[in-house]
Design a protein around this ligand. Sequence first.
Ligand code: SF4
Length: 101
Amino acid sequence: MWRSYHGIQYSNKVTIIINDLNIYVMKKYKITQKREECLGCGRCTIICEENWEMDSSDYKAKCKKDIIDETEYAKNKEAADECPAQCISVQDCDLEQNLIL
Ligand code: SF4
């Protein structure tokens, strides 16, 4: 389902920014975490404090949002790569095959 906000078209899979001369397509990524495997070390919250925080109810990490765009990818991917439990994954959201601009 496509939505529009001030010239920006977006769905849960991709964001398209249209201005006078250019069209930018920003990929989106889905974060998943196997919380039961989280060790509570806090490493992800140090690497990517923008999107990861500790949950004081169970002392495990949780992400603030599970759909991110390209600008947020690098730090979230680093957090996933550095997680000692390897319980975080960051994957491309599939582009819709019939996307027509
Ligand atoms: S780095 Fe991994 S194990 Fe450590 S708090 Fe984050 S999700 Fe949990």
